[in-house]
Write a protein that binds this ligand. Structure first.
Ligand code: TPP
Length: 350
């Protein structure tokens, strides 16, 4: 490993500091969202450890919060996102309530999928959240379908931000999807969360090019390779990509170089300490995006220490309340198992 520095060598960098146009209230909201994502993660790990969450795995995003916040903050309300397993806070940033998301995780009757599925396997097109699919890489092909449908409806200005891990960039549907998007100049932004590992497979065994962003050259589209732990760099690059895509110039690939500070999921914690070198973990803990952004805010002179609590207590309370709400919500009744399976209005019968 230790390839981050060389991996950042290639790939374009955006020179425009879009963040300089942000108000103080925006800077604070970005800080709070970073903490929302961090606390969300910690609270779920804690619930799992204490036996309060008894189903599924917890796919943490500790260390990757700057990507979730920096890529969603500049979006318009009518843009789309396509989150995957490591992007749970994105559902909230795009309009779902923490209660809805927690009910989904606990598999409750009042969850978006009414307890039929859990974790990220949900969507809401009224919020522009494309239903997540477990077949990694296929999310890009699905995103193309959504954008193609938009085009048939005469809409070319709604951008879709699709998230993927670096491992998933080695799949066939990723290439087919991105190729299709590039040929038809679809307004797609592919955010590659390069956290260095796909389960236990290091990035070198998934990607033969120096950077993942190099893959963009094969489709004739811009590819950025950026510091995924710097929320403002992520924000600035997303703003540039949005302008490019909205203007009808086609897709953009943004590789956010980061690190998966935990195991692949909670069940992998012990093994992940064996396949990742200790020095590597320690190095990346020092690059934690939260204290980095806090230091930046303090240096601007706009904020006092007291204005930037670590963590903000009201967010801790908000997330705990959502968890308690989910735990006390009803389980789905067995007879609902066959409901919502077919779209009756489309004329398909059971
Ligand atoms: C096509 C496909 N192959 C395998 C899996 C099983 N799987 C789930 S997550 C994962 C690792 C994905 O790694 P990466 O794309 O780098 O994302 P990360 O989990 O690191 O965020 C794998 C192999 C899957 N869901 N889909």
């Amino acid at each position: 490993m230790g390839s981050t520095r060389t991996r950042r060598k290639n790939g374009q960098q955006t020179a425009i500091a879009y963040h300089e146009r942000l108000e103080k209230s925006d800077l604070l909201e970005i800080y709070r969202r970073l903490w929302f994502a961090r606390i969300f993660d910690e609270a779920l790990y804690d619930a799992k450890k204490k036996g309060r969450l008894r189903r599924g795995n917890v796919y943490g995003s500790r260390g990757q919060e700057a990507i979730q916040v920096g890529t969603t903050y500049p979006l318009r309300p009518d843009d789309f996102v396509s989150p995957i397993h490591r992007d749970m806070p994105v559902f909230v940033f795009r309009g779902m309530t923490p209660e809805q998301v927690m009910c989904q995780i606990w598999g409750k009757a009042n969850a978006p999928t009414r307890g039929k599925d859990s974790w990220s396997h949900m969507g809401d097109m009224s919020l522009g959240i494309v239903h997540s699919t477990s077949m990694l890489g296929s999310t890009i092909a699905v995103a193309c379908g959504v954008l193609w449908a938009q085009r048939l409806d005469g809409r070319r200005d709604r951008v879709l931000v699709a998230y993927t891990g670096e491992g998933a960039t080695a799949t066939g549907p990723f290439h087919e999807g991105l190729n299709f998007a590039a040929v038809h100049k679809l307004p797609l932004i592919v955010v590659v969360e390069n956290n260095q590992y796909a389960y236990s497979t290091p990035v070198e065994l998934e990607v033969p090019t120096e950077t993942v962003a190099d893959r963009a050259k094969g489709y004739g589209i811009p590819g950025y390779c950026i510091d995924g732990n710097d929320v403002l760099e992520v924000y600035n690059t997303t703003c540039a990509a949005l302008e490019h895509a909205r203007a009808g110039n086609g897709p953009v690939l943004i590789e956010c170089v980061t690190y998966r500070l935990q195991g692949h999921a909670d069940h992998d914690e012990t093994r992940a300490r064996q396949y990742r070198p200790v020095e590597e973990i320690e190095l990346w803990e020092k690059r934690d995006p939260l204290p980095r952004y806090r230091q930046y805010l303090l240096k601007t002179g706009l904020f006092s220490e007291a204005e930037l609590p670590e963590p903000p207590p009201d967010i801790v309370e908000q997330i705990q309340k959502a968890i308690e709400y989910a735990i006390s919500s009803p389980d789905p009744e067995p007879h609902t198992a066959l409901e919502d399976i077919y779209d009756e209005s489309a004329g398909v019968s059971r």
